[in-house]
Design a protein around this ligand. Structure first.
Ligand SMILES: *[C@@H]1O[C@H](CO)[C@@H](O)[C@H](O)[C@H]1NC(C)=O
Ligand SMILES: *[C@@H]1O[C@H](CO)[C@@H](O)[C@H](O)[C@H]1NC(C)=O
Ligand SMILES: *[C@@H]1O[C@H](CO)[C@@H](O)[C@H](O)[C@H]1NC(C)=O
Length: 314
């Protein structure tokens, strides 16, 4: 496979990446802020098109679905579109979008011709600066959707998992605020835990509603290998506390109550070209691309997982 590294190569690249990662974490320069802030605005640079404006028009941040795309923002849009299809979103739906970043997925759901017009979109991000920026972006494009009688977009700064607080979109069920679709685009590997997220989402879905997640799984043998554990525990850039396998994912979806579960392996349409793209974006992205490549070589799979809440349940 394109991404296979031999053992000595892995060690070498791993060692280099480790040194650089440590330097990034401990150096007092502004790079530290970029890394520790994690998802500030650094992703804007990735959205720049060869002849496009600066700052770019889009603010996507996901790994992309590159089957038919060659440009980062187009690939990101294609991955979001994949989720919309997996969630079988119908016109006039009430959608929960978790991990919306600076709001590109919200704008996409509101305006892309390939997305059936939603009635209402609720979003959660855990970074307040991103939430404020997303609110401004929505308000600039559609002031009437941002507030007032026609408000359609409701954005929250919160953890994806509800800890019992009332002011959280996943707080205890009431039918007025249940969702026809729950989307988690390239973020569920951060959740603590995604299984709690599946349960909470299930209880807030309308019967017949679907959840769809673009997420990362590991091969069963990769999960416990020394290499995986070394890589995941040493490098903080992709904190996958909750590594899982496709098999476990399916079981957990069933446990949460979902039916018609589909797990699509889209690894080959995501990682190779995303890594290739990253490595062309300057040295710091090269490092990130290399780290990701090591992850992938440990048996990482990129999946689109979806399932339906049974129509008869409540
Ligand atoms: C948001 O979540 C990410 C991923 O888990 C984490 O690294 C980051 O520290 C969180 N940020 C805030 C402000 O909670
Ligand atoms: C998921 O990660 C959190 C945070 O590191 C940890 O406390 C929890 O035990 C993990 N859960 C599973 C199922 O691994
Ligand atoms: C998923 O796809 C990748 C890339 O095509 C492949 O290497 C891997 O074996 C697949 N995994 C499963 C479980 O089918």
């Amino acid at each position: 496979m394109l991404l296979e590294l031999s053992a000595p190569q892995t060690l070498l690249v791993g060692a280099v990446a480790l040194v650089v990662a440590l330097w990034l974490v401990y150096s007092p320069s502004s790079t530290t802020d970029t890394v520790s802030e994690h998802y500030g605005l650094f992703h804007l640079a990735l959205n720049r098109l060869p002849d496009g404006p600066s700052p770019p028009v889009t603010e996507w941040l996901n790994m992309g679905f590159w089957r038919e795309e060659t440009l980062f923002p187009r690939a990101c849009r294609a991955l979001a579109q994949n989720l919309v299809v997996a969630a079988a979103i119908k016109p006039n739906a009430n959608i929960l979008d978790v991990g919306f970043g600076t709001g590109e997925s919200i704008l996409f759901l509101l305006s892309d011709p390939d997305v059936p017009q939603p009635k209402k979109i609720t979003g959660i991000t855990n970074v307040s600066a991103q939430c404020e920026r997303a609110k401004r972006r929505v308000a600039n494009a559609w002031p009437q959707f941002a507030e007032g009688a026609e408000q359609r977009v409701f954005l929250y700064t919160a953890d994806a998992i509800c800890d019992g607080s009332q002011d959280h979109p996943l707080s205890s069920p009431d039918t007025d605020s249940s969702f026809d679709a729950v989307l988690a685009l390239d973020c569920a590997y951060h959740f603590n835990t995604r299984w709690r997220f599946l349960h909470q989402s299930f209880s807030k879905l309308t019967p017949g509603g679907r959840i769809a997640l673009a997420d990362i799984c590991f091969a069963p043998q990769g999960l416990s290998s020394l290499k995986t554990r070394l890589v995941t525990s040493t490098l903080r850039m992709m904190p996958m506390h909750n590594r899982t396998t496709v098999l476990e994912y399916r079981t957990r979806m069933q446990d949460a109550g979902f039916e018609d579960i589909v797990i699509e392996n889209i690894t080959s349409d995501v990682f190779p070209r995303f890594i290739q793209f990253l490595k062309r974006q300057g040295w710091n992205w090269w490092i990130f691309g290399t780290i990701l490549q090591i992850y992938v070589s440990t048996g990482c799979q990129y999946v689109v997982v979806s399932g339906r809440k049974p129509c008869s349940s409540n």
